[in-house]
Design a protein around this ligand. Sequence first.
Ligand code: ZN
Length: 278
Amino acid sequence: MKLLRYGPVGNERPGALDAQGCMRDLSLLVPDFTPEWMAPQKLAALAAVDLQRMPLVPDGVRLGAPVAGIRQFVAIGLNYRLHAQEAGLEIPGEPVVFSKAITCISGPDDDVLLPPGSVATDWEVELGFVMGRTCSNVSEAEALGFVAGYCLANDVSERDWQMKRNGQWIKGKSYPGFGPIGPWLVTADEIPDPQNIPLELKVNGVVRQSSSTADMIFPVAHIVSYLSRFMTLLPGDLVITGTPAGVGLGMKPPQFLKAGDVMQLSAGVLGTQTQRVV
Ligand code: ZN
C-alpha cells in the first residue's frame, strides 16, 4: 500500500493510492495516520479495504508528510563512502546518529524556506523508514519486521549551522521545512529489499545526486538494530538513512541553494518530490 495524507497544513486527511495510481480518501475509516496506525494489525486491516469504493481525492491537492504525530526523527550521517569523502570526513566505523526536530517535517512538495541570513543551505536525497512497533534491543535478523514502511526524504541542511556553530548537527538540520517527507509511505510488504532503491536529486534540472541504497555502508536492518541498542524506537518514528555523494557542500567550489532554485527528488517506487526554494 501507498499511504498518504493530503490537504492544507495541519488539516491533512488520510488516503491511499489505488491500483491505478489514483488517490483515494480514507477519512471515513481512519481519523489520521497517527503512530498507532503503523501497527502491523492496523496496516493489515487497511490492506483489506477495497480502495475502488473509497472517494477519489481531487487532483492538485497538497500532500503532507504521510505519517502524523511523529515523535522522534532520527537521522544517519555519512552512510555512503563517496559522500563522507566529499564532506572531508572519515568513513565511520559505526553509524553516525543525529536527530532532526520533528517541527521541520513538511510535505513532499512544500516550498523550502531559506532561514534568514542562510548562505549554506544544502540538499540531501535519502531513503526514510517509519517504525511500526516499539523496538528495543532487536537483532539485525528481526529488525526489518519492525519497519512499517519506506518513504523518500530530503534532509535539507544548513552547513554553517551544522558545522561551524559548535555542538550537535541538529542545529543545521531542523529549520521549519527542512524535512520534506513523502509523497507516500510504501508499506514494507511492497519493499522486500530496501537496499535496492534508486535515489536521484536534481537542482534546476541538473542531476546532482544519483545513487542507490545498495551503496549504503550500514543497511536498514543494521541501522534499526543498532539504534535499538541505544534508544527505544516507537511506532511512527521516522529514520532517514544518509545521503549519497553530490551535495552542494562537496562541489568545488561549494554551491548552495538560493531563492528560486527547484529541487526534484526521485526514489523509484517511493515516488518523487519537487520543492521550490524561497
Ligand atoms: Zn542526511
